[in-house]
Write a protein that binds this ligand. Structure first.
Ligand code: SAM
Length: 288
């Protein structure tokens, strides 16, 4: 079935038919541009073998496109008012299941087990921006079998996810994402592609999940505590960041010795370290 949504006229018609009112608190900005929708579907590289999880289908615009490309689509929408609309706009799309729920509360490993026999899925979404980071980190950290995540996010967040050491956007989010996946910004998307128009620019980012992380660490929790501590105090040296962290409990001497071994000097700053160097530091500090 060919998609019917993805332009302003049909979107307005659906909204009026169901007398839908936008809820700011749910981050509702619906896509009204077919080129952007095509671009997202192409970037996600979906085939009939894939099960796709869509987070926040809204009125079902992207869901229609996903249903045409994938084997199966599971769409999780929190706003109860959208459920009857989705029943209407997705009528005849037999490979779609809509779930009314909060993506942050659903047991996704269980859902993937039931719906896809535990085989890895692809996540595709125009995300609600107020919970971008918890959604993405929840997917990576929560043992969800996953091939890739292709999502619309704030441009600034996409830049942070893809940033390399030394860039102004580089930080804890860059390292957390790059530990789990290879990021690639597929497109920048202007405000006029959405209804209502958001105040900020957006971008489509594709995160391709690594089968095994690119670095070997003895203690993942410690690695992430060290990363957070290093970026908590941006203008401080790495040594001071680690010494002042409430999460870490190392002696001044231990920290200084581990940093010394990186060979970048005692006053090195966290924002210049690569993921490999953070892993090395974390493995040196790890007490087994
Ligand atoms: N996919 C639609 C589109 O592109 O036109 C809508 C995207 S809109 C940016 C985000 C959607 O996520 C909204 O429909 C919103 O109601 C939904 N949403 C917000 N918070 C959610 C949550 N915690 N769980 C599931 N859906 C959520």
């Amino acid at each position: 079935k060919e998609p019917t949504l993805g332009n302003p006229q049909n979107t307005i018609a659906v909204l009026q038919k169901h007398q839908f009112t936008f809820q700011k608190k749910f981050g509702q900005n619906f896509l009204i541009d077919t080129h952007v929708l095509d671009k997202i579907i192409r970037s996600a590289e979906i085939s009939r073998d894939d099960m796709v999880l869509e987070i926040g289908p809204g009125i079902g615009t992207m869901t229609q496109y996903l249903a045409c490309a994938a084997g199966k689509v599971i769409a999780v929408e929190i706003d109860r008012a959208l459920i009857p609309i989705l029943e209407d706009t997705l009528e005849g799309y037999d490979n779609v299941r809509v779930i009314n729920g909060d993506i942050l509360k659903i047991d996704l490993p269980k859902l993937v087990e039931e719906e896809n026999g535990g085989r890895p899925i692809k996540v595709v979404a125009n995300l609600p921006y107020y919970i971008t980071t918890p959604i993405i980190m929840g997917l990576f950290e929560g043992d969800v079998p996953l091939k890739s995540i292709t999502v619309m996010v704030q441009k600034e967040v996409a830049d942070r996810m893809q940033a390399a050491p030394g860039s102004k956007d580089y930080g804890a989010l860059s390292l957390a994402v790059q530990y789990y996946a290879k990021p690639y910004i597929a497109a920048n998307v202007p405000q006029n592609c959405f209804m209502p128009r958001p105040r900020i620019g957006s971008a489509v980012i594709r995160l391709e999940r690594y089968e095994t992380p690119p670095v070997e660490v003895k203690d993942e929790k410690l690695l992430f505590s060290i990363i957070r501590a290093s970026f908590n105090q941006r203008r401080k040296t790495l040594a001071n960041g680690l010494k002042n962290s409430a999460e870490l409990d190392f002696a001044k001497e231990e920290i200084e010795a581990a940093i010394e071994k990186l060979g970048k000097g005692a006053s090195v700053r966290g924002e210049t370290l690569t993921l490999e160097e953070f892993a090395e530091l974390s493995n040196r500090l790890c007490r087994e």
